[in-house]
Write a protein that binds this ligand. Structure first.
Ligand code: BGC
Length: 722
């Protein structure tokens, strides 16, 4: 790809910031079609004759660059004239900028671009304009740009000094066509309030979001306006930024004496509030707009019920997904992290597939997972892997290699992804088998465990559940999925069936003593029930129910236990307890954060405690989607919309809603490949009326209090005594 083009960079020192490359060319003939193929080491924005090419923010996106660098193709027919100017500004982005909590910028080299513009003329001739020595480069007004730290923009720089470019040697072997969704500007929000603080003004956009602020400044030349972004306010009413760690999230605009509108180009921020410093006069709300930026995923899932707080929780989950699906599934969008943590992704993926169409999004990320997987089958904790070898291959994190492709298959019927990822899945399972002396128990190595579980010992992030129990449980679970994948693909699964039986048996021998789990924790029971690791589900369900009840209908679970807790209770018949956990408003609970005014999902159950004290600054994100995994219980149990694994992509929908006296109605829908699936129920006195919609091409199977009904496509209404 791009065979005739050369990688170009800047010679001068300014080239390490945001160089602008320019190529001028004439097209004297009538144009039939013109296409620009382009990518960068760094990020780029291209303009032709002053008009933006495409709408991709932070193109070319984030991949495992050593093996895969996406090339975008844009139809630019409408942008060309007789005399043309192609300008490409480039910045560090993920490729060259600093990532993670390691502070320094990794390399001193500046961004480079490569492109080819092909113009097909009506007379059947073609013109090819490529990046080479003939391009020019200049310093841009963007004096500084970093994903985490923001930008410095000097609007006084309006003249460009064009210099020759430098052609650099860099491989083209890694170039691939665009695989993921474009990242785009999706929504625009105005401030809902502007207040004065000790250090300036505070804008409140009413919603914690990911993106940036577009604003207009009219100030004397040389005057510097600053914007600082944060998720919450401190006690004095100013913007709190301590939880950003080293990420500055700061914008500095140097005015030029004229009204200037600006928005960051190679940076994004996680924020609800913005501190505006050095503003001249009173800020006018019309001069500020928050622009929400995320991967261009289609919204597919909706949920509402009679409890407004639960509805707010659901909205927060949606915003958590928007905020963290920015080209890769990240943990959070604000602090010096924003990484593709595998654990967070696998925990949330089921909810993610209901809420939005994430097939392409995950397909790209899973390709990166495959190429980042270590030789021995270990899976890095973050994809793309910027952490190296050490911090790797924790159970429940690495299991993303198996769980994510399986969920994409279930939701979208995508067999290709199973085929493509099959080797990676096997490598992961074999990796686990090779750890330690016992091939069926995983009790070695580093694990994140039940990360942030509330039963952790003082000062630890790892919950009380034995990490070997978690690791072996996941080992069995992932192996069981691998067997199903093998069956779907028509492969011989005998080896993995045997492995599964052995791991399950070894799990029982090692971690069940006297009818109880060796870790008597909510997380441990949730896992064994959800993963089907015991024969006597009833006994274990009863124990889980007791643990929750004895804890005052409150959870103690962290990242590993939380996604399964309600499902495990429902699976063993303790629906009422599951509902109690969802409806719990005291700390710790989902609705606790809603009562505290959350507009996204918090990383910690006690991000802010009852006395308004904040969790330590080293890890306190207010936009972490992991606990939002509860949305899949809302769809699957409250509304009762389930995928039948043997007929994926909602070809057969299992409707099994479970009502609760504290809720009067529930309504949910998912847009599937065949159309909209919906389920709702409403209580009228002593009866409940259920309405199910089955799209054309699908069938439904209803289970209402043990009565089974088979449905064809169309709307179906049932009224049943409660
Ligand atoms: C991230 C998590 C991640 C974890 C690994 C954190 O710093 O924010 O969400 O999964 O590290 O334990």
């Amino acid at each position: 790809m791009l065979d005739n083009s050369k990688w170009i960079s800047a010679l001068s020192e300014f080239g390490t910031v945001c160089p602008i490359f320019r190529k001028t060319f004439d097209v004297k003939k009538e144009i039939l079609y013109a296409e620009l193929k382009i990518t960068a080491i760094g990020c780029y924005v291209a303009h032709i004759n002053g008009k933006r090419v495409g709408s991709f923010i932070l193109a070319p996106g984030w991949t495992a660059y050593h093996s895969r660098l996406q090339v975008q193709e844009y139809d630019v027919t409408g942008l060309l004239g007789e005399e043309n100017v192609l300008d490409i500004e480039a910045g560090d982005g993920w490729h060259l900028g600093r990532l993670g909590w390691l502070k320094g910028k990794p390399s001193g080299s500046g961004p480079s671009v490569i492109f080819e513009l092909e113009v097909k003329c009506k007379d059947n001739t073609a013109l090819r304009i490529v990046s080479d020595e003939s391009a020019m480069v200049s310093k841009s007004p963007r004096l500084f740009s970093s994903l985490y730290d923001g930008e410095i923009f000097d609007s006084r720089i309006e003249e460009f000094n064009w210099e020759p470019v430098r052609v650099i040697e860099y491989s083209k072997d890694t170039l691939i066509p665009q695989e993921g969704e474009d990242v785009v500007e999706v929504e625009r929000l105005s401030p809902v309030a502007i207040t004065k603080s000790k250090t300036g003004y505070v804008l409140d956009f009413g919603q914690n979001l990911t993106g940036y602020v577009e604003f207009a400044v009219n100030a004397p030349s040389g005057h510097v306006v600053e914007l600082y972004h944060g998720e919450i306010l401190d006690k004095s009413g100013d913007v709190y930024t301590d939880n950003l760690r080293s990420a500055l999230q700061r914008i500095q605009l140097i005015a030029n004496g004229k009204k200037t509108t600006y928005k960051p180009q190679f940076s994004f921020q996680g924020f609800r509030y913005v501190r505006v410093v050095n503003w001249i006069g009173e800020p006018d709300p019309n001069d500020f707009t928050a622009i929400v930026v995320h991967s261009n995923m289609k919204r597919t899932g909706y949920f509402s019920c009679s409890n407004e707080k639960v509805n707010k929780l659901f909205q927060n989950i949606i915003w958590g997904q928007k905020g963290n699906f920015l080209d890769v599934p990240t943990d959070c969008p604000q602090r010096d992290e924003r990484l593709g943590w595998t654990g967070d992704a696998q925990i949330f993926i089921k909810a993610a597939t209901y809420n939005f169409d994430v097939e392409r999004f995950f397909s790209k990320w899973l390709s990166d997972l495959s190429v980042e997987q270590f030789e021995d089958g270990g899976v890095p904790a973050v994809i793309p892997n910027i952490l190296g070898r050490d911090n790797s291959s924790s159970s429940a994190w690495g299991d993303a290699a198996v769980i994510c492709p399986w969920q994409i298959y279930l939701a979208y019927g995508n067999k290709e992804i199973l085929k493509r990822q099959y080797d990676s899945m096997c490598k992961w399972i074999n990796y686990i088998k090779n750890q330690g002396d016992n091939p069926y128990i995983w009790n070695t190595g580093h694990h994140f465990g039940d990360w942030l579980g509330l039963d952790a010992s003082y000062g630890s992030y790892v919950g009380a559940t034995d990490t070997a129990l978690i690791a072996t449980a996941y080992f069995a679970y992932s192996t069981s999925i691998l067997v199903k994948v093998g069956r779907v693909l028509g492969y011989d699964t005998t080896e993995y069936e045997r492995l599964y039986d052995n791991v399950r048996k070894a799990f029982q021998d090692a971690f069940i003593k006297g009818g109880r789990l060796t870790s008597d924790t909510q997380t441990a029971y949730a896992l064994v029930i959800f993963f089907d690791l015991v024969d006597d589900l009833a006994t274990f369900g009863e124990r889980l129910n007791t643990l929750v009840k004895e804890n005052g209908n409150k959870l103690t679970t962290g990242f590993v236990g939380t996604p399964y807790l309600l499902h495990a209770l429902s699976k063993t018949g303790y629906h009422e307890t599951a509902y109690s956990l969802l409806l719990q408003e005291e700390f710790p609970s989902w609705l606790y954060s809603v009562n505290q005014g959350a507009t996204t999902i918090w990383e910690h159950w006690d991000g802010v405690d009852d006395e308004e004290k904040l969790w330590s600054t080293d890890m306190n994100s207010f936009n972490h989607y992991a606990y939002g995994a509860v949305a899949d219980w809302m769809y699957e149990v409250m509304a009762g919309i389930k995928i039948n694994e043997s007929r994926p992509a909602f070809e057969n929908i299992i409707f099994e809603p479970i009502t609760d006296k504290r809720i009067d109605y529930v309504s949910a829908s998912v847009e599937t490949k065949n159309g909209i699936v919906s389920s709702s129920w409403k209580r009228m006195g002593k009866t409940v009326t259920y309405t199910f919609n089955v799209p054309r091409g699908s069938t439904g199977t209803v289970n209402l209090n043990g009565q089974i009904y088979n449905l064809e496509s169309g709307e179906h209404i049932f009224t049943v005594d409660e």
